[in-house]
Design a protein around this ligand. Sequence first.
Ligand code: NAD
Length: 456
Amino acid sequence: MVKQLVAAQNEFFDTQKTKDVAFRKQYLKKLQQEILDQEDAICDALYADFKKPTFESLATETQLVLAELKLAIKNVGEWSTPKRVGASLSNFPSKDWIQPEPYGKVLIISPWNYPFMLAIAPLIGAIAAGNTAIVKPSEFSEHTSKIISRIIRKVFPPEYVTVVEGGVEVSSELLAEKWEYIFFTGSTRVGKIVYKSAAEHLTPVTLELSGKNPCIVDSTAAIKLAAKRIAWGKFINAGQTCIAPDYILVHESVKKALADHIKDQITQFYGQQPESSQDFARIATSKHYEELKVMLKDQNLLLGGDCNDENQFIAPTLVDEPKMDSSLMEGEIFGPILPIISFTKESELHGYISKYPNPLAFYVFSSDKKFQKRLMDRYSFGGGTINDTVVHISNKNLPFGGVGQSGIGGYHGKYTFDLFSHHKSISKRGTWLDVPLRYAPYKLPIDWIKRIKHLF
Ligand code: NAD
């Protein structure tokens, strides 16, 4: 089946239909309408998958995607228009321009944690840029995958855009094909597998991967507000957010105050019994639930720690001074467990932060501008926020993505269009003049050529 779909998409791309901007716009609008029509059903699917609260489904999945669609529909014409650039003297006379062109067939593989948004947001850019696409959503968010499949089937003919559902086997089968672009969101481990497959065909990739994101709080921070913003960013989606703060590094002089305020915030957000809260999600996969339970073992808990195997609930949990060689501090936590580590001198921070190279996100809470700048300048990370968490993702003017271990490439807004476009450079030469100097036999004295400035 995969081979047939790929062949059909090759053929369809070859018709050149997707190069027509009006055609792309028409389908983006159809997609927009269908998502609007299905918004409640999408929220229901997300709830069925991991009890994702409806507010969070709207705010972090459907509305985010609808905003991307609105922007793409409004701007696809302008984005697709070739851009004139200045000519160089060596090419005189010429007109030079950059022409965005679609790559061809795009493969989008997405994970289960924001299962709707992470499948559809890249697709919008892929379509806006004029590609065909196959989307492979996660097998672990099956209700959402089903509705994604239904929506795509209703809006697009399969030779243009289609969904292939399934797990690792299906994903591997898709990766064995030749694509013109692969967009992968998921773990760093699988990212490496995708990168290897892409290398076989020299296919360009975007890899949206993971990291262990530090959240540094110094003694000058507005502690109560920091606690609120950290608790929000950590426990939204039950901590299953790739850019959630993973662990806190807090100055010892404000550690107790910060921990107390975070505890208060958790109670304010989810009540005394978070398991009964309508606003707190569950762990989406049993495998990950079991891994998180292991992370809780032999830790000093300040709050939480309760688990319920029946519905994969893990309470918002604070861990005091975790053992650095424990599984909690080995890799990304990706759940509602927040370790708090204290430091006394700024010089101690490097030992912790450098242990986990290239985090996807980086957070600093401080009112000391020099401290903020020192940290922002020193470390390499995908993106970050000063005095808040997670919100850098919500500005479409900021490309979202990782670096090094946390990924390759950035998207959102126009960046998604650019990412799915090859920027073709074209120089159109005039024929009324042909300066003979470049042709052999070379007559220009060598020292002249060194002296001519602004030739290139
Ligand atoms: P995952 O890497 O296990 O799976 C992602 C996708 O890859 C799924 O569709 C899955 O079916 C497929 N897949 C899994 N194993 C495969 C294999 N061996 N070969 C080919 N395909 C395979 O990730 P996940 O568990 O679904 O998602 C959680 C991870 O994703 C976390 O590490 C999280 O940080 C990361 N993530 C990153 C971002 C980002 O924007 N950078 C966003 C969300 C999640």
